[in-house]
Each structure stands twice: as C-alpha cells, then as structure tokens.
Unconditional design. Structure first.
Length: 394
C-alpha cells in the first residue's frame, strides 16, 4: 500500500524549544515552510487549531493559492461554527486547492481550552456532538437536494449548499483519540484515524481497537491509520542522542521560563509551552505519560523524555537516531498497517528539509520493495492456483 508523509503548516517559527521570532501569522514564513515540505517529498501539511491562534482555514486558503501540489489537512473544532457553515467553508477551500483538502475534526481533550471559546459541554457530550457534526458535514457535501436535521445538538430545515467539493464524493475525514468514546466516533465516521506515537505493541492494540469500532458501527471498510512522531536525526547515533538530550533540556528551560514569567496556561498549538505540568484530562496524553514513566526507550528508536517534559502534550514522543535508524523505525509502524506517517521536528524549517532529504527517500524505497515483493508473491500464488486447477481438470 502507498505511504504518505504529513508535516506541519506552522504560521510562525516558534516551537517547544525555540521562542517565536515572527508574528503569530507570518505570510513569508508560512509559505517558506510549506514550500520546504513540497520541495522535499512531503505529501501534506497540517494546519492545527488552538484558541487564540491564527484561524487555520484562512491560512490554508492562503497556502493553497500559492502552492500547486502540497495537500492540506485542516484541523477544525465543531464548537466554533455551525456544521452547515463549516461544510461550505470546507467545500470552498477544496475548490481553492483544486481537491487537496482533508478535514481533521477535533473533539477537544481539555475543558479549559474548550471553554476559552465558549464550549462548556462535557467530554462525552463533545464526542456525541462531533459525531453528529461530521454526519451533517458529509451530507452537506454530497446532497444536491434540501434536507432537514434534528439531533441532540443541531436542528435546521431545508438546507442545501450551492458549493460542492472538487473531490467526489467528498473530501476525506480525519479523526483522533484514545478513549472509548473516541474509538466509537472515529470508528464510525473517520476515513483516517490518527494516533500519537507509542511503542509498537501499544500501537498494534490501538489499531485493533479502531478496527473493532468500525465493525461495531457496521462498516465493511476500516479507517486508514496515521501515527505521529517528533524525529530527532543526525549523521551518527552519538550525535543524534546528544541532540535529543539538548532538545529535552531546551523544552524544560522554556517551560521553566514560562513558569517564572507566569505566561501561558496550556499547550494549545504547535510551539505553545505550558508553565506547569498538570495531569492531562485526555486519555491520549495520559497514555504518553504512563509509557514515559515505564521507560525511556522502546523498540528501535522511540524515546519518551520529550513527551514527559511536555506533560504528554500532543504529538511528543521522539524517534532518535540516524536517518537510516529513524526510517527503519517508521517502517516498523508501516508493517503494522500504518500508511500515513506524521513527523515534526523542533526546528520546523530545517528539520522538515532534513527529514525530507534523508528519511523520506529511504522509507519510500523500502515500501516500494515491500509492495513489489507482495505483488510477486500474489502473482506466484495465482500461477500455482492456475496450475492446480489445470491438474484437477485433467
């Protein structure tokens, strides 16, 4: 199966290790980072969502109008707009990008972060709302006739859109989460299910949970699986591990500085740094902390201190080593059934270029070899079956 690479479409140059030197939305930096991804083998970039952060749909439209190939993964929280309005926004953006849009629906794992924009539902209520919201958006994308809707969270009559996506029947829907409610909602509605990087054994368990949820929802297909990491690469293993320890030290120093200044109150977007480590509300972050507490190193290259230093904030487990080591680690996940690999470094621009130059080609080449071997095996099996049938008929 094909493999795809997802990077980050940051609108400013800050990260967990580096203070931002640009505006929160910097046109030149946004375009420069995206071009670095497009020019170095990446397939798509994520426009993340955070309360107070630049509005991602507008930023994505800006990018889509300047680049011709790079695909867009747009994060969206259902609490910020009505689903019919969102469906029109997404369809318009798919038109602007000429069919390069995927939408990532975020239910929200932190009550305080949700309440910043007026969302006071409980977590379970949010998942119920997200599932209803996605269903409405899908119908608005595909229905040419007016339709009514009356559900737990939304009610409207006689809606029909006048703008439809380029992609037919619709753009793909992306979703993530590690709770029972997340598996149920994503298993039912997602085309792509997103996981944070965990050890191979735990990742395999999560993939099975997603498949079970899809079957329970009556699906005959299953979502594609995406897994996210923070790669730390260098020409030698020794240099990579030195870089990894410098990275963790920088994360801790930034958090300490934020604590001393009293600024910030939670990780809400790429580059945000919270001053205090608190027990996270969402299951995915708690899983990352538990894994970090159980050990620092797993499998071929997974390293957990980066997650521990951020309190399990989002995509935060690292893959450490030479490009060859990190590529082989990613292939281990590919062999589990992961076909979308998400990666984001700590120096966003330089790391996107280095990963694209040195890691992506190795993974693509090895995937091509695996696919060729499987195709040859299928052909040989078909030939054996043909000969057996001839022998039986004779």
């Amino acid at each position: 199966m094909p493999v795809e690479f997802l990077g980050i479409a940051a609108t400013g140059d800050g990260s967990e290790t580096t203070p931002r030197t640009t505006a929160s939305f910097d046109r030149e930096y946004t375009l420069r980072l995206a071009r670095a991804h497009e020019d170095h083998g990446w397939d798509r970039v994520l426009f993340a969502y955070g309360a107070g952060a630049p509005e991602p749909a507008a930023a994505a439209a800006f990018l889509a109008s300047h680049l011709d190939r790079l695909q867009i993964l747009l994060a969206h929280r259902p609490n910020v707009s009505y689903p019919t309005f969102a469906a029109k926004t997404f369809a318009t953006l798919d038109r602007i990008s000429d069919g390069r849009l995927t939408v990532h629906f975020i239910t929200g794992g932190n009550d305080h972060e949700q309440q910043r924009e007026g969302d006071y539902l409980t977590k379970d209520q949010r998942y119920e709302r997200t599932r209803e919201y996605i269903g409405i958006v899908k119908k608005a994308w595909t229905s040419r006739e007016p339709f009514d809707h009356e559900g737990p969270h939304y009610r409207f009559a006689d809606f029909v859109s006048d703008v439809f996506p380029v992609q037919q029947p619709r753009p793909a829907v992306s979703f993530g989460g590690s709770s029972d409610a997340a598996y149920a909602a994503g298993g039912a509605e997602a085309d792509i299910y997103c996981l944070w990087g965990e050890p191979l054994a735990q990742t395999a368990e999560q993939i099975e949970r997603v498949k079970e949820a899809a079957r329970a929802a009556g699906r005959t297909d299953v979502p594609r699986i995406q897994v996210a990491f923070r790669p730390i690469i260098a020409p030698t293993e020794e240099l990579a591990w030195e870089k990894a320890h410098r990275t963790v030290a920088a994360i801790r120093e930034r958090r300490a500085a934020a604590g001393r200044s009293g600024s910030g109150s939670g990780a809400v977007a790429p580059g945000a740094v919270a001053p205090e480590l608190v027990t996270p509300e969402n299951v995915g972050s708690r899983r990352l902390i538990e894994i970090a507490e159980a050990g620092e190193r797993y499998d071929r290259a997974l390293w957990t201190p980066t997650a521990a230093a951020t309190g399990g904030a989002g995509n935060s487990n690292a893959l450490v080593g030479t490009p060859e080591t990190v590529a082989q680690a990613l292939l281990d996940y590919y062999d589990l059934g992961v076909d979308i690999l998400s990666a984001r470094g700590y120096h966003l621009l330089d790391d996107a270029i280095d990963f694209g130059r040195y890691v992506i080609p190795i993974v693509r080449e090895e995937v091509a070899k695996r696919d060729a071997a499987k195709a040859a095996e299928r052909a040989a099996r078909a030939e054996r079956d043909r000969h057996q049938l001839i022998a039986v008929q004779a």
